[in-house]
Design a binder for this molecule. Structure first.
Ligand code: HEC
Ligand code: HEC
Length: 462
């Protein structure tokens, strides 16, 4: 692919600035490196198959923000949640707020590899930005929280982060008449200042942190001139030869799954392996979104890489081979320097030109139901090819055995987290079988602990 040399020259200093951008939050000079979108004349490399319509569909932004049925997003709740996010009374010492680390002007991250915690030591992991979490399936780098509501108590009670106690916070806030009034407005049916309502309000606010559209979204919407030729070439590499879209997929560029990408810095942090108590998931961390990443350096769960160029260099030549390495990575990736630059240029097109501000409360909010996508079929055996339970819903009799066969190339882990039935398989290697019997009637949700987007509904009757 031909590259305009002027653009290549200009892309270099710009890339170097990416790392500093989050800290400086200065857009000065960024415009220079942005290629003139009007110049785009790139055609796909002859012989390569780039199905633009397919990828436009894959990366299309949703129209509505989901919210759980028991915590619909309302303006009153969002306003309260925003205030709580800034309120140091959530911490033990009354000195730290959520926004101390998740700084709005830094895309709700903090610009450092690992922030110094209350004990004076760096935290175990990097502070992630909080964009687009309404669509998240699990939270934290290791997915240990399963909803935004559930997540809130972790930082409050983490002795290195806020060192507080959410019950004490509720008591303290309840002494404040202004706060009581705000809770009463936000929670009309249950107007108390409780840990649950604090969590609901903060989660409702977080759901409004939707990143604004970028030039890439204009391309998705059909504007072929929105991307420069380098950015378009980078997109083709991303979904093609470089294999990035195997994990960074969908409009947020994450599969919400856990992968070991072979970082040389892997230390004692087991990541998902420790949450699942499953060595097969050691060194696996949640695939981060790639939106607005120009503004959120440094990168990775340990903040060990300073620039997007460094991240690309990791995938090209520094992947450590070990048994837990994700099978979704290209086995040996070779990219020329020019191709790496194009990939970085594409990644930058997923970021706003200026430090982004949240889109805010949408006019319409969709309720995410737990309804099944597909009607259940009676089937004794379920497959897992391509990270999909097939069929996706089964009808069974009480006591009947359900067999799940791993006909995929990846290791899975079948789990049920239900008060009626708690179940976790061992690491289910390709070819492995897991058998589950249900002691009770009703509907049960099975997921894969490593790829939580895999969902299987079992409807059990007498
Ligand atoms: C001292 C810094 C600090 C404070 C204060 C803090 N966080 Fe965090 N936050 C982090 C770090 C570090 C992580 C990643 C930890 C991990 O993955 O184990 C994180 C992760 C998260 C995540 C998960 C994001 C994702 O992509 O999965 C959410 C949501 C979040 N924090 C919200 C909050 C809220 C709400 C508060 C206030 C109640 C808060 N944080 C306070 C540092 C902080
Ligand atoms: C096997 C799945 C997988 C593939 C394929 C993959 N990634 Fe990643 N990516 C991840 C995971 C998981 C992380 C976080 C790893 C960690 O922190 O330990 C990550 C992190 C990143 C980050 C850092 C984001 C941040 O906020 O910290 C960038 C940028 C990135 N990947 C870009 C790419 C590019 C470009 C490609 C293609 C060359 C690619 N990825 C291929 C799973 C993948």
């Amino acid at each position: 692919m031909m590259t305009d040399p002027r653009r290549r020259l200009s892309s270099k200093p710009w890339c170097a600035r990416i790392a500093a951008a989050a800290v400086a939050a200065s857009a000065a000079g960024l415009g220079l490196a942005r290629a003139d979108p009007g110049e785009n004349t790139a055609a796909p490399t002859p012989g390569s198959v780039f199905d633009a319509a397919h990828w436009r569909n894959v990366f299309a932004r949703p129209r509505e923000i989901p919210a759980p049925q028991d915590n619909p997003t309302t303006p009153e709740k969002v306003a309260l949640g925003r205030q709580l996010f800034d309120d140091v009374r959530l911490s033990g010492s009354n000195g730290v707020a959520c926004s101390s680390c998740h700084q709005p002007e830094l895309s709700f991250s903090d610009g450092v590899p690992r922030r110094i915690g209350l004990a004076g030591e760096p935290l175990a992991r990097r502070t992630p930005p909080l964009w687009n979490l309404a669509w998240g399936l699990t939270f934290f780098w290791d997915g240990r929280a399963t909803s935004l509501e559930d997540q809130v108590r972790f930082p409050v009670e983490n002795r290195h982060e806020m060192g507080g106690n959410i019950t004490e916070t509720a008591t303290e806030l309840a002494r404040d008449a202004g706060m009581r009034a705000k809770f009463a407005t936000a929670f009309r049916d249950d107007p108390a200042v409780t840990p649950a309502n604090i969590a609901k309000a903060v989660a409702a606010y977080e759901r409004t942190l939707v990143s604004p559209g970028t030039r890439f979204d204009r391309w998705v919407e059909g504007d072929d001139t929105a991307l420069s030729s380098d950015e378009r070439a980078g997109l083709m590499l991303f979904v093609g030869k470089a294999g990035c879209a195997a994990c960074h997929t969908g409009w947020r560029f994450t599969d919400e799954a856990f992968h070991d990408i072979g970082l040389a810095t892997a230390g004692p942090d087991r990541g998902r392996g420790s949450v699942l108590d499953l060595p097969a998931a050691d060194h696996a961390f949640k695939t981060p979104s790639l939106r607005e990443r120009v503004w959120t350096a440094p990168y990775l769960h340990d903040g060990s890489l300073n620039s997007l160029e460094d991240v690309v260099a990791h995938y090209v030549g520094r992947v450590q081979r070990r048994p837990t390495l994700s099978g979704d990575l290209k086995p040996a990736l070779n990219l020329t320097e020019n191709e790496r630059d194009q990939l970085v240029a594409f990644l930058a097109s997923l970021s706003s030109e200026d430090p982004p501000r949240p889109l805010g409360l949408p006019s319409r909010v969709q309720m995410a139901g737990s309804a099944m996508d597909r009607p259940p079929v009676s089937a004794g055996t379920v497959g897992q090819r391509d990270r999909r339970f097939t069929p996706g819903a089964v009808a069974l009799k009480k006591g009947e055995a359900l067999t799940i066969v791993n006909d995929d190339t990846r290791t899975h882990n079948v789990r049920i987290d239900d008060p009626r039935l708690s179940f976790s398989s061992d690491a289910q290697a390709p070819g492995g079988r897991v058998v589950v019997t249900f002691p009770e009637t009703g509907q049960f949700r099975l997921i894969c602990g490593i790829h939580p987007e895999m969902r299987l509904d079992a409807v059990v009757s007498e």
